[in-house]
Design a protein. Structure first.
Length: 281
């Protein structure tokens, strides 16, 4: 009887629920903790026993975030860099993916392998070459100094995502467009891209998030205060001997909100794009 009860307790459905609960807690608990901390005064962070909910709810931390650092400027810089790199990444990766998916390339498999291999290099190993290249071009402490590396770093993943979608679109649709007078480039932008919208949105979100969250290149290539991006700005709230977690938490929430809103707005397209891309790849 005990064995039967044990088997009934750990049914596949319950195991799936337990696994899902662990994943949800692992993903949402840190964000929830940061959110709650951002509404606490500093005194509540050091008192014992630990309080999970803020007793003295305050918005003063968010006020201090913008007073201590020019956070609005950092947000604007991140938005400009992320938007520009996303547009350029989608443009280049769409052309590359279309060529791989449609043209009769002699070394197609080798090219795909090279794209996959290029995405495995740790960013820290590329830092010095990228820095020297940007310095040689004379564009340090400018937007292009970050946009160009971000495009290069996002291209492999975005190209692979779009290749799987372009391969699923019937060639007859492009042929019909070209018979009507469209060029191959026109068929790409007027027929293939609209039909592959879920994949385009997925690639765009990936490129935007990578650019928005990147810290190492932003710290190294744009050291001027006027060109700092949001991740670098958030790191500056830490003092030499102090860690104002209530202020840092508020700054992190400000940094997370744009990405959360973006994902919420395009959730269905992103999830559909990832699922379809995995099935069609």
């Amino acid at each position: 009887m005990a064995a039967v009860k044990g088997d009934a307790l750990f049914t596949p459905e319950r195991l799936r629920l337990i696994a899902a609960a662990i994943v949800v807690l692992n993903g949402f608990f840190p964000a929830a903790w940061i959110l709650l901390t951002s509404f606490k005064p500093e005194v509540e962070l050091v008192q014992k026993p630990i309080t999970y909910l803020p007793h003295d709810f305050t918005l003063q931390n968010y006020v201090q975030v913008f007073r201590q650092q020019p956070l609005a400027l950092y947000i604007a810089n991140s938005a400009i860099v992320a938007a520009a790199s996303t547009v350029l990444t989608l443009t280049v990766s769409a052309c590359a993916a279309y060529a791989i998916a449609r043209l009769r390339l002699r070394y197609r498999d080798l090219i795909l392998s090279a794209i996959i291999a290029s995405s495995t290099f740790p960013l820290v190993t590329l830092l010095v070459p990228i820095f020297e290249t940007m310095r040689a071009l004379g564009i340090l402490n400018t937007y292009p100094a970050l946009v160009l590396p971000y495009v290069v770093l996002s291209l492999p993943v975005c190209t692979l995502v779009l290749v799987s979608f372009f391969q699923s679109i019937p060639r007859d649709l492009e042929n019909a467009a070209m018979i009507d007078g469209a060029t191959r480039f026109g068929a790409l932008w007027r027929v293939v891209i609209p039909l592959a919208a879920p994949g385009v949105f997925t690639a765009g979100i990936l490129a935007f998030v990578n650019s928005w969250d990147e810290f190492l290149l932003a710290l190294s290539l744009n050291s001027a205060v006027r060109m700092r991006t949001l991740p670098v700005g958030v790191a500056l709230y830490q003092g030499e001997f102090t860690f104002p977690w209530h202020i840092i938490s508020a700054a992190l929430i400000v940094a997370i909100v744009p990405i959360a809103v973006l994902i919420a707005l395009f959730q269905e397209r992103v999830v559909g794009g990832l699922t379809a891309g995995g099935m069609k790849g």
